[in-house]
Structure formats: structure tokens, C-alpha cells
Write a protein that binds this ligand. Structure first.
Ligand SMILES: Nc1ncnc2c1ncn2[C@@H]1O[C@H](COP(=O)(O)OP(=O)(O)O)[C@@H](O)[C@H]1O
Ligand SMILES: O=P(O)(O)OC[C@H]1O[C@](O)(COP(=O)(O)O)[C@@H](O)[C@@H]1O
Length: 314
């Protein structure tokens, strides 16, 4: 079983417009509502692939009820931690050419009791889990070390732990020796406090994260694919160019694909990039299922560290 934890879930509303212009009135061409938040999306993709999954999340108010109902409709097993404050709503504007603009609310604060309940429910499930996957931003006022604490508790219960986070919560998860972290380029660059222009820069910072005790670093590079640093190995997965409908949830799909393929080595990277690529072809944050994947368009190679991120000479 894989347990996902999303301390700051959201109700995701995605609207489609021709071209976004600041200050203008737009007539929306299409709209969809998805259950959202990074761990929620990972759980949706896992369930779509028939992998036993539990999705732990706080829910509050009308939005929280709606979010839980949407998950039930997708047959995602949910462990709800009731929260006094309302679950946030995030808005995504997708333009006809696939350009994606996200407006993410910070998320209402959880009380200390609610945070403790989230940790307890996760801890109880961790004993039966292969992986605990903790993802996304933390709501207002939540301690930065929440993911670090979850890593320690889940590992003590015998599970491996993956964390997809940014800033201080990511740093704390690395310090607690998460088994797998999945930063995107901006998040890794923030961690390193410098721009990362070449594949070699990405590898160097990922190696630094490994030295802290994180076994596997999977860096998502948007249209340039993803880089896997594991043990002494480094691989770059790319896909042939594809049309982009919405990039929301692509990182979550990448992580789900990696876990579904065993979270190890170039074959898992190949599967992960197939998931990320499939996600950008789907509307809103709809998660891909096995039928959406196209493995032939994905290539995994060793890494020439002197190259820029898109594989051209510096
Ligand atoms: N514009 C794009 N074209 C093709 N694939 C993409 C594009 N954006 C994302 N992907 C795929 O989705 C994965 C995750 O995307 P990315 O934007 O890096 O993650 P995050 O959502 O975490 O920032 C990438 O590794 C890639 O496989
Ligand atoms: O917790 P954060 O960082 O605010 O992100 C939440 C948002 O990210 C998503 O999980 C999508 O994630 P990615 O596009 O990074 O894969 C949305 O469903 C949600 O609205």
C-alpha cells in the first residue's frame, strides 16, 4: 500500500481561455473542478493504476466536503482529518497554447490538534505501507519540520518515505533522510541558492542532497524531462515534443509513475516521464491512467554533464 499525505489540499478549478490579458474581461471556454493538492493527485494516479492507496488529508467547510466527494467519485480511499477551517481553492488559467497560470491560496491554518491528528493517522497507516508520500506546501502556521517529523515516524514504522516539497520543509525532509525527494528545477535551485543552467549543475546539487542521506533524487525539468540521481547512477529521461493542454499535476503524475514502476533505476525513470508527458496532454489536473501512456516517445540516456538542460551544448 502507498499512503499519501497532503497537509494543504485544494479544490482545483481550471478555466480555459483563448489568451490571457491582464485587466481584461475573459469569456471562459471551459471549466473543470478537480480534487487537488500534490499528494491527492499522486493518490488519484495510483488508484487509476489499481495500486492500493490511502489518501490522508485535512478537510474543512464546503470546499472540503466537495473535495472528499470528488475523491470518492474517483474511487480514491480517503482518510479525512476534520479541520475547523475551510479547505482552500486554487485556480488555474490555461490558455489555448497550453500556457498555465496558477493562483494558489496559502491555505487556512490547521490547529496543533489537527496537525497532531494528521501525523497520528499517517503513523498508524505507515506500519502497513511500502511508501509514505508527503507532498505539497504546508498551510499557514504549520511548522516547517512537519515533513521531517513524518519522515522519521514513517521510517520507524518500516515504510520508505518520498517527499515533494519546497523551501524549508524540503530542507527538513532532506535532513531527516527521506528515501526519495522530487524537487523541480526551481525548488532545487532554491535549495542550492544559485541558478542551475547545465545538467551538471543539477547533478552536483542532487549529489549534495544525497550526501545528506537521501538515497534518490528525482528532479523534474518541465519540457526538458527529468533527471534521476540514485546511488552512483545518473540518468536523463526526455520525451519527444508533445502538445500541451495543461501542466497542472504533471509533477505529481511523474512521481506516481516513478513509484508505480518500483522507484528504482532507469526503467522507473522511463515510466515516470511517460506519466509526466501523459499528464500535460490531459485537461486541468486530470491524472493519467495506464491507457494514457505512450512509452515509445520516452528516451532515457546517461548524462553529459556539460550540456544545458535541454541537451544542447553550453
Ligand atoms: N511543457 C512540457 N512538455 C512536455 N512534458 C512536460 C512539460 N511540462 C512538464 N512535462 C512533463 O511533466 C514532468 C513534470 O513537470 P514539471 O513541470 O517539471 O513538474 P512540477 O509540476 O513539479 O513543476 C516533467 O518531468 C515532464 O516529463
Ligand atoms: O501545495 P502547493 O504547492 O500550493 O500546490 C498545490 C497545487 O499543486 C497541484 O497539486 C499540482 O501540482 P504540480 O503541477 O506541481 O504537479 C494542484 O493540484 C494544486 O492546486
Amino acid at each position: 500500500m502507498i499512503v499519501t499525505v497532503t497537509p494543504n489540499p485544494s479544490l482545483d478549478r481550471t478555466v480555459l481561455v483563448g489568451e490571457l490579458a491582464r485587466g481584461a474581461v475573459h469569456r471562459v471556454e471551459d471549466v473543470r473542478l478537480d480534487p487537488g493538492g500534490k499528494g491527492v493527485n499522486v493518490a488519484r494516479a495510483l488508484v487509476a493504476a489499481n495500486r492500493p492507496t490511502m489518501c490522508v488529508l485535512p478537510t474543512g467547510g464546503t470546499e472540503g466536503t466537495c473535495l472528499a466527494e470528488l475523491l470518492v467519485a474517483e474511487a480514491v480511499p480517503v482518510v479525512e482529518v476534520p479541520a475547523a477551517s475551510t479547505t482552500r481553492s486554487n485556480v488555474t488559467v490555461v490558455e489555448a497554447d497550453g500556457t498555465t497560470t496558477k493562483l494558489n491560496e496559502p491555505g487556512n491554518a490547521l490547529s496543533d490538534t489537527e496537525i497532531a491528528a494528521l501525523e497520528n493517522r499517517t503513523g498508524e497507516l505507515a506500519g502497513r505501507a511500502d511508501w509514505v508520500v508527503a507532498c505539497g506546501s504546508l498551510p499557514a502556521g504549520c511548522p516547517d519540520d512537519l515533513y521531517g517529523r513524518l519522515v522519521r515516524a514513517a521510517r520507524a514504522a518500516g515504510a520508505r518515505v518520498a517527499v515533494d516539497a519546497s523551501g524549508p520543509p524540503l530542507r527538513e525532509a532532506c535532513r531527516a533522510r527521506a528515501d526519495l525527494v522530487t524537487p523541480n528545477l526551481a525548488e532545487l535551485s532554491e535549495l542550492a541558492a544559485r541558478p542551475l543552467n547545465r545538467l551538471g549543475d543539477v547533478v552536483e546539487v542532487a549529489r549534495r542532497v544525497q550526501r545528506e542521506g537521501v538515497a534518490t533524487v528525482l528532479v523534474s525539468l518541465g519540457a526538458d524531462g527529468a533527471l534521476l540521481v540514485e546511488g552512483n547512477g545518473v540518468w536523463h529521461g526526455t520525451s519527444a515534443s508533445t502538445f500541451v493542454r495543461s501542466t497542472v499535476g504533471a509533477g505529481d503524475a511523474l512521481l506516481a509513475g516513478f513509484l508505480l514502476a518500483g522507484a528504482r533505476g532507469p526503467s522507473a525513470l522511463h515510466h515516470a516521464v511517460a506519466y509526466g508527458t501523459a499528464a500535460v496532454r490531459l485537461p486541468g489536473s486530470r491524472m493519467p491512467g495506464p491507457d494514457d501512456l505512450c512509452f515509445d516517445s520516452v528516451h532515457v540516456t546517461g548524462v553529459d554533464e556539460s550540456l544545458t538542460l535541454n541537451g544542447t551544448a553550453a
